[in-house]
Design a protein. Structure first.
Length: 259
């Protein structure tokens, strides 16, 4: 039987692991079942809305978002009240929505979450997240922003991509290109099928060029998240806590294997 000292050391190591695991990259997630609707049978789709570590598949508790909606044909449709809460495996709350695609169009689903207090980083985090769904062959307009405070605007069509394709985008902050911006890239590791040989492989990191642009080639089929991160000028005071506010502009892209 382990001694008291051994049990204490093991407990301390476990605590350190939990604390350090919270420092892995956070990602806002808006993930539909499919990114292309081509038949009426596919028109009813489910969307997952979460805040999590996608590679490790661990969730953080997510309050009901300030705003969740869809941008289509120049209109913004608010869907916030239709979100329903779901509990993850580790008991954290995320959200789900069933949405029937009403007709042809390019649908940008997006979320503006409540700021999340990350004690380990002594900062608030707010990721404005979006994903595109193309319906019935309509593809025009994917290269245009939808008006989020921080946003990744695609330079490559953000759907119907093969594994190995290179995704490029431009980071905008308040509508202007953001040079030297850190962009984190992470794979949505469903069922934890991929094992990283070292923790440094989990989150890939890029920096935008002088025009706020970046590129990344996706090496595996599945969903990939791209998070452009910057610090708000004013910070945030909430619930008696005043701290820095990390803003993120996140886009999710799906890659498919050739068969």
């Amino acid at each position: 039987m382990p001694s008291l000292l051994s049990r204490t050391l093991l407990g301390a190591l476990f605590f350190v692991f939990l604390e350090s695991s919270s420092l892995f990259a956070h990602f806002g997630v808006v993930k539909p079942e499919i990114d292309i609707v081509s038949t009426r049978d596919q028109s009813q789709i489910n969307l997952m809305v979460a805040f999590m570590h996608p590679f490790e598949q661990t969730y953080m508790h997510m309050e009901r978002p300030k705003r969740f909606g869809v941008a289509v044909k120049g209109a913004l449709i608010d869907l916030t009240t239709r979100l329903r809460p779901v509990s993850s495996v580790n008991g954290m709350r995320y959200w789900s929505l069933d949405y029937k695609i009403p007709g042809p169009g390019l649908y940008w689903f997006f979320v503006e979450p409540q700021p999340y207090w990350e004690k380990a980083e002594n900062a608030f985090i707010q990721h404005l997240t979006k994903v595109a769904v193309s319906a019935y062959g309509i593809e025009s307009g994917w290269e245009k922003p939808i008006g989020l405070l921080v946003e990744i605007v695609p330079s490559v069509r953000p759907f119907a991509l093969w594994t190995g394709n290179t995704f490029c985008g431009q980071v905008l902050y308040k509508g202007k290109p953001r040079p030297g911006c850190s962009v984190e890239v992470e794979y949505f590791n469903e069922n934890k099928r991929v094992h990283a040989p070292d923790a440094s492989y989990i989150t890939q990191t890029l920096v935008t060029d002088e025009n706020g642009r970046f590129c990344y080639s996706m090496p595996r089929a599945g969903w990939w998240g791209f998070a452009a991160l910057l610090e708000s000028e004013k910070g945030l005071e909430q619930n008696g806590i005043k701290a820095d506010l990390e803003l993120g502009g996140v886009i999710w892209i799906h890659a498919r294997d050739m068969k």
